[in-house]
Design a protein around this ligand. Structure first.
Ligand code: PGA
Length: 299
């Protein structure tokens, strides 16, 4: 029987992430944005119709995680219909934008995996974390080795890792893109158990650095080609063909409602990690609407 959403096949999940970065500037605004996304998504799909294999994750500033978690949870409880809407699962999940790999100690200013888990204790679903975003690599000295320690720490704490990789424009134009992406993944996922990564529903986010926040997007064909490379080469080598095939690879870099449908229609693009356009509920929900196009892609 066809599903109301157009029949997304229950294979790879379509993962749409909102990376709020250093926004907004108050807990009230964070709560309002999260609730607006919730309401917009609810309106988009209607009662019971949110596809089983669509995941939406809001990566909010960690200082607001608890406020947003509590606000969303009480929203779910306040309306029975909305409670049904999410099937008691984590279809609108929450995540942090970074974390440290140590669990305690003298590490001023850092946040441990358990702190993230406990901050979201009041909220259904599994906490997520972005690891190795290019802005952290660029401005805060994040290395592939650090990414690897964080991935291990996240998996130990049952936090879903969204592992970010991507090449700069110089790396792409000098023909080094594949080498860079392969290295980021080989080191970033070193000694990670494929089974655990799969069970914790780990995600790869491919974000060409030159497309982040610039308004420049990889064309759907360019992005598809790179995603296919990531899946068939390094990811298959590291996780094995079966798990590589089941792992969602998000595209990130100036994704917006106007280009999301075409990107998401590509067979190896399993969602998006959205920065700028995630700060406005209407445009973020507009991108989620692009999943309808993705539903029609050949799997
Ligand atoms: P952008 O950011 O959508 O503003 O390009 C994407 C990201 O950095 O995750």
């Amino acid at each position: 029987m066809p599903t109301p959403t157009g029949g997304i096949q229950p294979t790879r999940r379509i993962e749409i992430g909102g990376n709020w970065k250093l926004n907004p500037d108050s807990p009230e605004k964070a709560k309002e944005l999260a609730l607006d996304v919730f309401d917009g998504t609810f309106k988009l799909f209607g009662k019971y119709e949110m596809p089983e294999n669509l995941g939406i994750t809001l990566f909010v500033p960690s200082i607001f995680l608890m406020t947003v978690a509590d606000a969303l949870e009480s929203e779910f409880h306040s309306a029975g219909v909305k409670h049904e809407f999410v099937h008691g699962s984590d279809h609108i999940a929450l995540g942090a934008q970074n974390m440290y790999f140590e669990s305690k100690g003298a590490f001023t200013g850092e946040m441990s995996p358990d702190m993230i888990v406990n901050a979201m204790k009041g909220y259904r679903g599994q906490p997520s974390v972005l690891i190795g975003h290019s802005e952290r690599r660029q401005y805060f000295g994040e290395t592939d080795e650090g990414v690897n320690r964080k991935v291990h720490a996240a998996l130990r704490a049952s936090i879903r890792p969204f592992v970010c990789i991507g090449e700069t424009i110089e790396e792409r134009s000098s023909g080094k893109m594949e080498e860079i992406l392969a290295r980021q993944l080989s080191v970033g996922l070193q000694d990670v158990s494929a089974k655990t990564f799969f069970e914790q529903r780990g995600v790869i986010a491919y974000e060409p650095v030159w497309a982040i926040g610039t308004g420049e997007t990889a064309t759907p064909e360019m992005a598809q080609e790179t995603h296919a490379f990531i899946r068939q080469e390094p990811l298959t080598r590291i996780l094995g063909a079966e798990i590589a095939d089941q792992t969602s690879i998000q595209y990130g870099g100036s994704m917006k409602p106007g280009n999301a449908g075409a990107l998401l229609a590509m067979s190896d693009i399993d969602g998006g990690l959205i920065g700028g356009a995630a700060l406005n509920a209407e445009s973020f929900v507009g991108i989620i609407g692009g999943v309808r196009t993705a539903a029609m892609r050949p799997m």
